[in-house]
Design a protein around this ligand. Structure first.
Ligand code: NAD
Length: 265
């Protein structure tokens, strides 16, 4: 039985992870950490049924008291690195869904996790359909190198563009030469109208209530376009990926970046 602690447990994703962990026979939820609702039973908060785990504020203390095997973090980009330090100090494996971790930080985390002898899975998107969308987009870029990415999320998202959009651009850049897209003399009448640029690709971020997590990758060629689109219509869509990562991370050392690595190993 793997002992799991969820950090950010009272958040939108954290509550969904708590629900998902409670449904698995081989996983035991031993701790729930957040900055709010301390002392409230997490089972009551997510399902309306008490479970016996109370929301707490001190991650280090929870790890000491529970002897957890895996910490799952869905907090905020400015908080996750501090949590990671605490988790590595206690030599506990970690699954990170929080987005906004820079490429430079990933290398540093890899070194520290390897030193601590534990695995850290970092995945900007735990939805399997999104992984396929990225894979198909990377393939299409070999034949249709002109591409723009439109990512659409709920309006409470802190980072833009999304981790998934950046990852998609990163995969595409490996499959095409750098090209400057659009008219060389184009004029932006409103700053940002053409989106943010990375590796010569434009990324556009839409933020609206009612959305969850969606992305379109649009390729343009002579007389044709190809659109590859994925929609996470609710947060349950991420849970099979999160549960898979919890089960696999205990056999890993250092950083594994991207859910796709777990699907192929
Ligand atoms: P949210 O704001 O609903 O939840 C964040 C939670 O973290 C809140 O409950 C907040 O109180 C808590 N928190 C803040 N500071 C904390 C601290 N110091 N210690 C413990 N808890 C703390 O946000 P959300 O929509 O659940 O998203 C969380 C993160 O997950 C974001 O970075 C988002 O981009 C990311 N996300 C990732 C995926 C994926 O598949 N990887 C999918 C959706 C969202």
């Amino acid at each position: 039985m793997l002992k799991v602690v969820v950090v950010g447990a009272d958040g939108r994703m954290g509550r969904e992870v708590v629900k998902a962990v409670l449904q698995e026979n081989d996983l035991s939820l031993v701790g729930a950490v957040d900055t709010r609702n301390h002392g409230h039973d997490i089972g009551t908060l997510v399902n309306g049924t008490p479970y016996g785990v109370l929301l707490a504020g001190n991650l280090g203390r929870v790890l000491e008291e529970t002897g957890a095997d895996v910490v799952v973090d869905f907090t905020t980009p400015d908080i996750v690195m501090g949590n990671l330090e605490v988790v590595l100090k206690h030599q506990v494996h970690m699954v990170i869904g929080t987005t906004g971790i820079s490429g430079d930080s990933v290398e540093e985390i890899n070194r520290e996790a390897a030193e601590a002898g534990v695995g850290v899975v970092i995945a900007p998107n735990f939805a399997i359909g999104a992984i396929l969308m990225m894979k198909f987009a990377a393939e299409a870029a070999k034949y249709l190198p002109h591409v723009e990415i439109i990512e659409l999320h709920h309006d409470q998202k802190l980072d833009a563009p999304s981790g998934t959009a950046l990852k998609t651009a990163d995969l595409i850049k490996n499959n095409r030469e750098f090209i400057r897209q659009g008219h060389p003399d184009e004029i932006e009448k409103i700053t940002g109208a053409r989106g943010g640029e990375t590796y010569g690709m434009r990324i556009h971020s839409v933020r609206l209530p009612g959305l969850v997590a969606h992305q379109e990758v649009i390729f343009g060629g002579l007389g044709q376009t190809l659109t590859i689109r994925h929609d996470s219509n609710n947060r349950e869509s991420f849970m099979p990926g999160v549960i898979l990562a919890i089960r696999k991370v205990v056999n890993l050392k250092g950083v594994t970046y991207g859910l796709e690595k777990l699907l192929t190993e």
